[in-house]
Design a binder for this molecule. Structure first.
Ligand SMILES: [Zn+2]
Length: 165
């Protein structure tokens, strides 16, 4: 299967880029594949994190803005961009950055206006579980979160053991 990005257009306004769809999609529909030709071990502005130490340059998709109530999902296991809800022709596409990014290269303040806005977009590791559990999260993010929690538990055990000595 090959789903190209022909239906997507990058719009630039006052140096601010956004990604617009030239066609409508229904919820669950595949929009395009996530490119993986250029891989990096560190995040930059043009990459999406697809595994613990793997960041892929995503071409046009780097114009995707963050939203706390997004209309697309980046599935980094199937390497697909999927409609999270019905999307109209001409709509801007957006995804929840912490669903792929553990620690971002360039954090920023979100002004999306959603009632569940997280305000500081810096990566999943900076968000409480109670926030993350309301979002689609990719496997590498879930795994890194579990590891972080296990480390915390390990530290606590150590503290308790030292206290008993
Ligand atoms: Zn927001």
């Amino acid at each position: 299967m090959m789903v190209a990005m022909d239906t997507l257009a990058v719009k630039t306004e006052n140096k601010f880029r956004s990604l617009i769809t030239k066609q409508a999609y229904t919820k669950g529909e595949i929009i395009c594949e996530i490119p993986t030709e250029k891989l990096f071990d560190k995040a930059n502005r043009y990459t999406v994190q697809i595994a613990r130490d793997k960041h892929t340059e995503v071409g046009k998709l780097s114009a995707l803005n963050h939203s706390c109530d997004p209309n697309v999902i980046l599935d980094t296991e199937r390497l697909l961009m999927v409609a999270r809800r019905d999307i109209e022709k001409g709509e801007e596409l957006s995804f929840f950055y912490p669903s792929t990014e553990w620690e971002m290269d360039a954090p920023f303040i979100c002004l999306c206006g959603a009632s569940n806005c997280i305000h500081v977009v810096a990566g999943a590791r900076f968000l409480p579980l109670s926030t993350l559990e309301n979002h689609y999260l990719n496997r590498h993010i879930r795994e890194m979160m579990i590891q972080l929690l296990n480390n915390t538990e390990g530290h606590l055990t150590q503290l308790l053991e030292n206290a008993e000595k």
